[in-house]
Design a protein around this ligand. Structure first.
Ligand SMILES: Nc1ncnc2c1ncn2[C@@H]1O[C@H](COP(=O)(O)OP(=O)(O)OP(=O)(O)O)[C@@H](O)[C@H]1O
Ligand SMILES: [Mg+2]
Length: 259
């Protein structure tokens, strides 16, 4: 059976100006190859500029790979329609304060992907919205709320609901917790783990906080200058890191509850 997500020799480079009339290729990452199975969480870690966001944004379809392939359940990603892609892979954006439209109620925010990507009628959409609000721990009353009426955690809950409303196979989360205090981060992480248990969703999770990564992930992939330098089960990587960069990440990201 094919892997849920398989990435082979994926590369992304950007063309940048290097002089008045000249350009040069800047490699963001690659070539990288890995796969992820249903219900698993892969944490992508690495120093700033190592290519984590560019990689995740390529899988989300926001960036186009320079070369290489992405397969979802054996099908090349580019052969899927945008609807099929949305039903398979959804991204949670970094800062819900800016990614949730302030002029739309929570109900409208959650209705939009259903209207665009499914054939559900108004009643079915309403039922799905209520079910998804419940999944993320929000009462149906929140349907009528605007984002500015929500706390920072509730905004995250709505952002997760928006990602989950189409029951995707894979959720991509790029440093979604950086704007929250540590205790609230664990609340959101525990919510994501609960959703994973209930729905079997897979996560690709970019994070800097190794304590959260240990708590949340099954596998860790360490990027350095766009290349995978270490990858394996979370416990193995955390207890027996092989590469200097991994040791450094583990040392410099000890839990600090004062932050
Ligand atoms: N749109 C772009 N144009 C040109 N170069 C880019 C672009 N986006 C990313 N890069 C380059 O690609 C490399 C990887 O960037 P990326 O944002 O993926 O790093 P990152 O690992 O997510 O870093 P951080 O931890 O700071 O978020 C960097 O050298 C960056 O300058
Ligand atoms: Mg990034």
């Amino acid at each position: 059976m094919p892997s849920l997500l398989k990435v082979t020799n994926l590369c992304k480079s950007f063309t940048q100006p290097s002089g008045l009339f000249t350009t040069r290729e800047k490699v963001a990452y690659g070539p990288v190859s890995f796969s992820i199975e249903a219900g698993q969480t892969l944490a992508v870690v690495g120093e700033s500029g190592s290519g984590k966001s560019a990689l995740v944004r390529t899988i989300a379809g926001v960036l186009k790979a320079t070369s290489g392939n992405i397969f979802i359940k054996g099908e090349p990603l580019e052969s899927l329609s945008s609807q099929q892609r949305c039903l398979s892979v959804r991204m949670i954006f970094q800062d819900p304060s800016s990614s949730l439209n302030p002029k739309m109620t929570v109900g409208k925010i959650l209705n939009a992907p259903l209207e665009l990507n499914t054939n559900k009628n108004a009643t079915e959409r309403h039922d799905k919205i209520i079910e998804t609000l419940k999944l993320v721990g929000l009462l149906p009353d929140y349907l009528a709320f605007f984002p500015n009426m929500l706390s920072s955690v509730q905004k995250h809950q709505v952002a997760i609901a928006r990602a989950m409303i189409l029951d995707p196979d894979i959720i991509l989360a790029d440093e979604i917790l950086t704007t929250l205090d540590i205790s609230l981060r664990f609340k959101i992480v525990n919510l994501l783990l609960k959703i994973q248990r209930e729905k079997g969703t897979s996560y690709i999770f970019v994070a800097h906080n190794m304590h959260l990564v240990k708590h949340m992930s099954d596998q860790i992939m360490v990027l350095h200058q766009g290349k995978i330098i270490e990858k394996g089960p979370t416990a193995t990587i955390c207890e027996h890191p092989q590469q200097e960069q991994t040791k450094y990440l583990l040392l410099t990201h000890q839990p600090d509850y004062r932050k």
